[in-house]
Ligand binder design. Structure first.
Ligand code: CP
Length: 318
């Protein structure tokens, strides 16, 4: 297994199975710190720099929370408009990260351009974490999801996952790449205009991912252990910011939704629902109190997973 020390996290395409489990092992060791709502001093003296060129609630704040829980510090920006990258100068990724690398020990970046964090990693001497790049990938979201499965279901191998939503989404790409390292079956459900691209499916074939395309949530839900949801009413992830405009809630076609009734009558009794959030109407709020709903627990497991990731990357764990 490769060392995590000083490693970028740009994609899960090249992650090996043992690396997922080593990360989960360290995250679980550190989990009591987060559970007790205490801060430790494991990463005292280390600083996380957050460079978010797109809005975020969960991803930025959970990275920051993880660093703070380990006794480190955080600086950064959550709106590039307030930096020289977002004003008249349109400062390049290269010039920006050449600065940021002197302000901290690891950079967490979200960007509207696919490949921007990889570009940043080429030009700086500290590790870069991809926190979502355009339609590209979202590695720490899927590490959070898989850690949540590991901790709440107790296994990843042997599960059947229904992945419903916009399959152009970065989260869906990373889910499918990560699935290549586990004995997982995937059902992929999306509106035709949001279906996985042929080239992407060819890549999954090459990686020996076990997937089937399906028409609707309802047609396969009976066979699934995990219902993994994304909206089909989506922002354009290639834009720095997308205002709500006249997008109305309540417009997801029924094939790409779940309902409380569907969970009660058609889902497996022990099926769980994960959603990376934010949601639109594909996941109605009356599902929130079903035992199947695990998307709130993910907020906790996401912090623990990121604590493990920072400990490994910054050398506090081997
Ligand atoms: N899951 C996720 O990426 O959420 P945020 O956009 O709030 O970070």
């Amino acid at each position: 297994m490769r060392s995590f020390l000083g490693r970028d996290v740009l994609s899960l395409k090249d992650w090996e199975r043992a690396e997922f489990y080593r990360l989960f092992e360290v995250a679980q060791e550190l989990e009591p710190i987060a559970r007790k709502r205490r801060n430790s001093d494991l990463l005292a003296g280390k600083t996380l720099v957050t460079a978010f060129y797109q809005p975020s609630t969960r991803t930025r704040l959970s990275h920051e929370a993880a660093m703070l829980r380990l006794g480190g510090s955080v600086c950064g920006f959550a709106d590039a408009k307030m930096t020289r990258a977002g004003d008249f100068y349109q400062e390049s990724i290269k010039d920006t990260v050449h600065m940021l690398e002197y302000y901290g020990d690891v950079i967490a970046m979200r960007h509207f351009q696919q490949g921007a964090p990889a570009e940043a990693a080429k030009h700086c001497s500290v590790p870069v974490i991809n926190c979502g790049d355009g339609w590209g990938e979202h590695p720490t979201q899927i590490l959070t999801d898989f850690y949540t499965l590991h901790r709440t279901v107790g296994r990843i191998d042997g599960l059947t996952i229904l992945a419903v939503g916009d399959h152009r989404m970065r989260t869906m790409h990373t889910l499918c790449y990560a699935a290549s390292q586990f004995d997982l079956k995937l059902y992929l459900v999306a509106p035709p205009e949001m279906a996985p691209k042929k080239e992407f499916l060819a890549e999954l074939d090459e990686l020996n991912v076990q997937y089937k395309l399906a028409e609707s949530t309802e047609s396969v839900i009976h066979d699934c252990d995990v219902i993994y949801m994304e909206p089909v009413v989506q922002a354009d992830y290639t834009k720095s910011r997308v205002e709500a405009g006249d997008v109305q809630k309540g417009i997801t076609p029924p094939q790409y939704k779940i309902t409380r009734e569907m969970m009660l009558k058609k889902a497996k009794k022990d099926a769980i629902i994960l959603h990376s959030l934010p949601r639109m109407d594909e996941l109605p709020m009356d599902c929130d109190h079903l035992r199947h709903a695990r998307y709130w627990e993910e907020a906790f497991y996401g912090v623990a997973m990121k604590m493990g990731m920072f400990a490994l990357i910054l050398g506090a764990a081997e």
